[in-house]
Write a protein that binds this ligand. Structure first.
Ligand SMILES: [Zn+2]
Length: 129
């Protein structure tokens, strides 16, 4: 029989923050999924518009909804990825320089994968390019 180790691992401040973020992400995802479900039946159908004007406007409504949904799906996927990263214990590490991402940045933008320095540098490069 194994002897249970008495030393209880207490979470650091950062680990607590990450757990809080994980919970928030799960809630946010549930909300997004519920919204996506709610709009499922609302897509205007493609046929049944004898007037070409109606057809055009239905078409643009539909495109709008699809774009919106596409963005939601991307966000849901991003949230899933982030939760996986948290579970792997790799959360909050900049993908570029490997440094810890500032806790305040993570709180403001939980799906951030770059530290503020790398992100700023990337954005400047984009402007130059
Ligand atoms: Zn970095």
């Amino acid at each position: 029989m194994k002897k249970a180790t008495a030393a209880k691992k207490s979470l650091t401040k950062r680990e607590k923050l990450i757990q809080k973020i994980r919970k928030q992400l799960i809630e946010q995802k549930a909300k997004l999924v519920a919204e996506a479900e709610a709009t499922r039946g609302e897509l205007p159908d493609e046929g049944n518009h004898p007037d070409p004007g109606d057809q055009a406007s239905a078409e643009s409504d539909r495109n709008f909804m699809l774009r919106l949904r596409n963005r939601e799906y991307k966000l849901i996927r991003k949230i899933d990825e982030t939760i996986t990263i948290i579970d792997n214990g790799e959360y909050g590490i900049c993908e570029d320089c490997g440094e810890e991402i500032d806790a305040r940045r993570l709180e403001a933008r939980p799906v951030a994968t770059f530290c503020i320095e790398c992100k700023t540098r990337q954005e400047e490069n984009e402007k130059l390019g």
